[in-house]
Design a protein around this ligand. Structure first.
Ligand code: PMP
Length: 419
């Protein structure tokens, strides 16, 4: 692709966002050159300069373990780690930094949530999921729920590919102790009406856990206003390093919950017979945390928090519309989930009739286009949508018209050659 394609960024610049400037904050784009169209952001985002520099700086100039040293370097590391926690709390809109537990990512966070919440369940209690969940928000509930004898139920899909929340009344009862739902589907991009789930959960005294992995890269959050009790997300999807994420737990609830893993730094006192535990968040952070990645996460969200999100949302939605419009003109292509751009993150999954998603992705790679093919760790959702697997294109703040156009041109070629 010629450099000219990137000239289309200027249209977005006129709309108030300097996309070229944003791309410049991500070292990978200079390294890969112009024929690199990264549309696999739902799997992992590219690392921003602020996060990359923070990570390297810690590992090469400031490395020490946290929470336990009394010398200056260790004290500095602990201070930086707690500062990162505070920055994450700010991004989430948490009341206090102590409500944020540093995890290795969303999967760890949801396993922590399931383990500690299910410790309070009794046989016959119910956990309400949705059929749009990533396996990370299904399997932990199955594992921990089974130990407690709890029953799993799920909100089904409506005709339009969104969750059928009109079924909530029939699904939620006094037996419901936990509701766990994704904020945004990693297959269809559909945003869940968390407020409605919160109302239903609150009415029966259930705890609401939200998987925010796909929502967190699209701007700062307000967990208080959302009305949930726990919120999980991954650092690598919000343009930080792999290896760190976070779980927000509402303060009063965190105080009541038992630990997940046992080990160093999560205790108050240990004897050979029994232990007492540190208050949150340390109770949930056994062992050495992912210090460098957590600092990088703090740097990434601090940088993200300072961006012009109304302009970024407009940019992402414009790219999504351009993509949907283009996809609709391609013969033999089937979109999964909602067909409109209403209440949806900028990601799309689709099928090319007669061509396996892996073959589609492989051919797109020849055009410099990175997409993902498979079930995206959401087999129940694919089943509900009547598909085994799909191709997913997911947009982030640094994508531009050239990325969308390269994908569409590649798909035309896929259809011409294979379909
Ligand atoms: N939930 C959702 C909705 C996701 O998209 C993902 C990542 N694909 C996860 C959970 C798991 O995230 P991680 O692998 O970072 O733990």
């Amino acid at each position: 692709m010629s450099d000219g394609g990137r000239g289309t960024q200027r249209a977005a610049t006129r709309a108030g966002l300097d996309v070229a400037g944003l791309r410049g904050e991500f070292p990978i784009f200079a390294a890969m050159g112009p024929r690199f169209h990264y549309l696999d952001n739902a799997a992992t985002g590219q690392i921003c300069r602020a996060a990359a520099e923070t990570l390297v700086d810690f590992e090469t100039r400031a490395r020490a373990n946290v929470k336990r040293g009394v010398y200056r370097l260790a004290d500095e590391a602990t201070r930086a780690f707690e500062e990162a926690r505070a920055r994450i709390a700010g991004y989430l809109g948490a009341r206090e930094a102590r409500e944020v537990v540093i995890t290795s990512g969303t999967t760890h966070a949801l396993n922590l949530a399931a383990h500690t919440l299910c410790a309070r369940l009794h046989p016959g209690d119910e956990i309400l999921l949705t059929c749009a969940e990533h396996h990370s928000n299904i399997v932990p509930w199955q594992l921990a729920g089974r130990r407690a004898g709890a029953v799993i139920r799920a909100v089904p899909l409506a005709e339009d590919g969104r969750l059928d929340l009109d079924r909530l009344e029939a699904l939620v009862s006094r037996r419901t102790k936990v509701v766990a739902a994704t904020h945004c589907s990693n297959v269809t991009g559909a945003l869940t009406d968390i407020g409605r789930l919160a109302e239903a959960a609150r009415a029966v005294g259930a705890v609401l856990v939200v998987d925010g992995a796909q929502r967190a890269p699209h701007g700062p959050l307000d967990v208080q206003a959302l009305g949930c009790d726990l919120y999980a997300f991954s650092g690598h999807k919000v343009f930080a390093a792999t290896g760190a994420g976070a779980l927000w737990i509402r303060g009063e609830l965190a105080d009541e919950l038992p630990p997940f893993m046992g080990g160093g730094e999560m205790i108050r006192r240990v004897t050979l017979e029994a232990s007492t535990f540190a208050p949150p968040p340390h109770r949930f952070e056994a062992g050495t945390p992912p210090i460098g990645p957590a600092l990088a996460l703090g740097a990434a969200v601090a940088w993200l928090a300072g961006l012009d999100w109304p302009a970024i949302h407009a940019h992402e939605q414009r790219l999504l519309e351009r993509l949907l419009e283009g996809l609709r003109t391609i013969r033999g292509l089937r979109l999964l989930g909602p067909a409109d751009t209403r209440a949806r993150a900028p990601l799309v999954s689709f099928l090319v009739e007669g061509v396996h998603p892996h073959d589609v992705c492989q051919l797109l790679d020849a055009f410099g286009v990175c997409t993902r093919g498979g079930h995206h760790c959401a087999q129940p959702l694919h089943e509900a949508l009547g598909a085994e697997a799909s191709v997913r294109a997911s947009i982030a703040l640094y994508n531009d018209d050239a990325d969308i156009d390269a994908l569409l041109a590649g798909l035309e070629e896929v259809v011409r050659r294979l379909a």
